[in-house]
Design a binder for this molecule. Structure first.
Ligand code: KIV
Ligand code: NA
Length: 283
């Protein structure tokens, strides 16, 4: 299968075909996402929460993100690869942003980077990265790296002036050269209006059905954490397409029972033989 490139993404967008995007953080998840024919594979900083077990995306380092990018890139042959710039590696100075973005491409093997926010400083960072020759996906609405100032993972743009601010940010990021924008946790009609105003694709998450594409987190859509203790991590806008966590739990319990009852390995999974004379010669 030929690789998805920015041209492929552009063609789909222009012909009104929805774009699919899913996160992946390692080799097996990337193989799954790629084999399913998903257009865009995002090595998201959500890895901090769903893989590393943190409560927010803030603690993940650029080095750790790059390690996840490398593993995911080895599993993907077709999908367009986007790596998140993590909190703290691009905000202070456009030169920092460029340096981080270049590492995500050169070391991580990604095709593009994603950064959060649409303030003038973030727009400058996006512009500097694009000018360096690295494609940038923007991300507005709920930007989880700003959870400290937002005061939690809460929907955004639910009043008119906030909605206009998100639109302004989206327009500025487009003008800076972003090839697409994630719209996270904003009302569907606002996401639809932003999508109509832009000439680049929007990828929605918790943003209704009128975006140019949709994105979900791998572990959330697969129902990986259906264990009650972890149920808090599946957001209400996420459709669970499976309950993989239940299947994993059942398999692990069946294995434990087999071990406890000596039902495993049994003759069927004890493949290595030694002849009787050899055994006797040991004694
Ligand atoms: O890190 C992530 O998973 C993301 C998506 C939710 C867009 O940024
Ligand atoms: Na992210």
């Amino acid at each position: 299968p030929s690789r998805v490139t920015l041209r492929t993404i552009r063609k789909k967008y222009e012909s009104g075909e929805p774009l699919s995007m899913v996160t992946a953080y390692d080799y097996p998840s990337a193989v799954h996402v790629d084999a399913a024919g998903i257009d865009i594979l995002l090595v998201g900083d959500s890895v901090a929460m769903v893989v590393h077990g943190h409560d927010t995306t803030l603690p993940i380092s650029l080095d750790d993100m790059i390690a996840h990018c490398k593993a995911a890139a080895r599993g993907a042959r077709r999908a367009f690869l986007v790596g998140d710039l993590p909190f703290g590696c691009y905000e202070t100075d456009p030169r920092d942003a460029v340096r981080s973005a270049v590492r995500v491409l050169k070391e991580g093997g990604m095709d593009a980077v994603k950064l959060e926010g649409g303030s003038p400083a973030r727009v400058e960072a996006a512009r500097a990265i694009v000018e360096t020759g690295v494609a940038v996906m923007g991300h507005v609405g709920l930007t989880p790296q700003s959870v400290s100032v937002i005061g939690g993972f809460r929907p955004q743009a639910q009043v008119a002036d906030e909605a206009l601010r998100v639109l302004d940010q989206a327009m500025a990021l487009q003008a800076a050269g972003c090839f697409a924008l994630v719209l996270e946790c904003i009302p569907g009609p606002i996401a639809a209006a932003i999508t109509r105003c832009l000439t680049i694709p929007t990828i929605g998450i918790g943003a209704g059905g009128q975006c140019s594409g949709q994105v979900l987190v791998y572990h959330d859509l697969l129902g990986m954490m259906s264990h009650p203790h972890h149920a808090k991590v599946t957001p209400k806008f996420c459709k669970q397409y499976a309950r993989v966590g239940d299947i994993i739990g059942e398999a692990l319990q069946a294995y434990r029972r087999d071990v406890e009852e000596r039902a495993f390995p049994g003759p069927r999974f004890s493949p290595y033989s030694i002849s009787e004379p050899e055994v006797r010669s040991l004694a």
